[in-house]
Design a protein around this ligand. Structure first.
Ligand code: BTN
Length: 250
């Protein structure tokens, strides 16, 4: 199904909210959601990260937004492909518009600039029976924040470029790239996964992993269409799902 109305035509701007993802989900549940509707907030009191973590962001310094996508007509198996399109749109924004060097994707959906995380993505799906009705793409992109509790692991566009940026403007650029990549997703483009794998952090490298409290080494081969990571361990290829295994960054 090809959605024609551009994503981001309607942006709801909020000064404070619990979580833009929660707000988007409430709109969906109340039947008020439209494809492409975007919610952006200056501050979240209960920003949500992956694995039930909290997403912390200083007020008015970063992009905190959620994009509602109508996914009726798409197969549930395409969920990981939707994740690849969101990751690629964020990465393209950073590379094409802000000329960031060394942008990569840490499996499954963290965006890195060099060795530090610059953006996180949390996708929540509304599934009714076997119908995938909506997806909420929640994006936290660090823009003007210059200090983080764990400086070694986080960065922002401002830290990388020594410049400040208008958050609304970054949002517009991001939505432009989301539009481009959602078209590719809608057209079932096989290149999405290839492109995702090209940007994959540590692809082709021998790195450390952790599984069930055990550490081991393996060569990261890539990620397949269902989102599983493929690792060569002692000349055998093993596949793992997200949550089953953790990448240990040096
Ligand atoms: C991660 O843990 O890396 C994912 C972080 C996702 C954060 C964004 S901020 C906007 C949207 N609303 C939320 O509550 N979370 C996402």
């Amino acid at each position: 199904m090809l959605k024609t109305s551009p994503i981001g035509d309607l942006i709801i701007e909020l000064s404070e909210i619990d979580s833009t993802n929660n707000y988007a989900m409430r709109l969906i549940n109340e039947g008020m959601a439209e494809h492409g509707m975007t919610i952006r907030a200056d501050f979240q009191t209960n920003g949500k990260g992956q694995h039930g973590n909290v997403w912390q962001a200083q007020e008015s310094k970063n992009l905190l937004c959620s994009i509602i996508l109508d996914t009726h007509g798409f197969q549930l198996e395409k969920q990981f492909l939707l994740n690849t399109m969101a990751c690629l749109a964020v990465a393209e924004t950073l590379v094409q518009q802000y000329f960031l060097q060394d942008v990569s994707i840490k499996w499954p959906n963290d965006i890195y600039a060099g060795k530090r995380k610059i953006a996180g993505i949390l996708i929540e799906n509304q599934i009714r029976g076997i119908t995938w009705s909506h997806a909420v793409i929640g994006i936290g992109l660090n823009i003007n924040q210059n200090n983080f509790e764990d400086l070694n692991r986080a960065t922002s566009i401002s830290i990388e470029t020594n410049k400040q940026f208008k958050i609304k403007q970054v949002n517009k650029v991001l939505l432009k790239w989301i539009n481009i990549y959602f078209q590719k997703f809608s057209q079932n483009e096989t290149d999405l996964l290839k492109h995702y794998n090209q940007l994959l952090l540590h692809v082709g490298e021998e790195i450390n992993f952790k599984r069930n409290f055990e550490y081991f080494k393996g060569k990261l081969l890539g990620v397949n269409a269902d989102g599983r990571i493929e690792i060569e361990i002692n000349s055998k290829i093993k596949k793992f799902q997200h949550r089953e295994i953790e990448l240990i960054l040096s």
